[in-house]
Design a protein around this ligand. Sequence first.
Ligand SMILES: NC(=O)c1ccc[n+]([C@@H]2O[C@H](COP(=O)([O-])OP(=O)(O)OC[C@H]3O[C@@H](n4cnc5c(N)ncnc54)[C@H](OP(=O)(O)O)[C@@H]3O)[C@@H](O)[C@H]2O)c1
Length: 318
Amino acid sequence: MFKFGLVSPEIWGVRSLSRPKGCNDCHFYGRIRRGGEIMLKNKQVGFLGSGNMGEALVHGLLHGHLCRPEQIVCSDVRPDRLKAIREQYGVRTTSHNPEVVKQSDIIVLAVKPQIMKQVVEEVSKHLDLTKLIISIAAGVPLDAIESCARKELKLIRVMPNICVSVLEGVSGIAGGRHASKEDLMMAKTIFDSVGKSVIIEEYLLDAVTGLSGSGPAYIFLIIDALADAGVKVGLSRTDSLVLASQTVLGAAKMLIETGEHPGKLKDMVTSPGGTAIAGLHTLEQGGVRTTLINAVEVATERAKYLGEMMKNNLTNDR
Ligand SMILES: NC(=O)c1ccc[n+]([C@@H]2O[C@H](COP(=O)([O-])OP(=O)(O)OC[C@H]3O[C@@H](n4cnc5c(N)ncnc54)[C@H](OP(=O)(O)O)[C@@H]3O)[C@@H](O)[C@H]2O)c1
């Protein structure tokens, strides 16, 4: 497991809120950032749990100039984490979860799903409908959180992915029954600071888990396989990894920046009787499309199943 405090922010790649190279709509990116600054200007943001995800979000908010350090308070059970976060980002820290809730307008629940119940019960008496609560706990439904708190809450559930650690994550955001459009935009502002996001219905978060939540694992495997292939055809392991990973990054960036359909870009690099079409034919023979569709489908089903189990665990003693 990695902890971000050990990594200098300067080496963390590009931010999606800065205008991408080649993007003509610079006003659009400027507007998001200015809008986000205004939205969060007078808000206090608290994090319950300051591990990988909590720290990535703190980094994103500060790096995107959406918050000042004094607007952020973080809690954790590990004093070493709190020290590292405090020293790295200049935010306030405490080991007392209720303190975070009392001091915050927006509370991000960033603890592991299995301790969510304990944490929500601990802070419940300080929660009310004036506070926006954003849970990123995988598989924990919004109604299970309300059930643990024993009250109605203004909740938003988000499924990010691990790439938030390099500010290139992608998140699915779903609002609960008391979350307004403005609350959703607030959550979007926060998660856009560590990549991109889509607003969807809660039931689709399992699909997000199957696609982009689990997706980095698929891509790491694909890059590993491409690097193996490079070694097979005579390249060094190091060179193969550079060639494979930069090819994935470059292709994704080109797709996003041109806005073209992936099929059109594939056709652009496929000349008659050439190398790419020979390789593509082999990929199709191997069933690469079907395999990827099956992988996302089975991961979605698995997320659904684990979510049901989680819900039963969180609510079975009610
Ligand atoms: N990592 C991902 O790729 C990813 C993707 C999507 C969603 N998520 C969700 O994001 C949440 C956080 O994940 P993470 O990877 O950031 O986990 P993490 O690195 O383990 O961070 C959670 C932190 O909370 C601390 N903690 C434990 N009990 C606590 C308590 N009672 N009060 C306050 N803090 C407490 C943990 O300390 P200890 O280590 O001592 O327990 C840890 O430092 C999880 O619910 C996960 O499902 C993660």
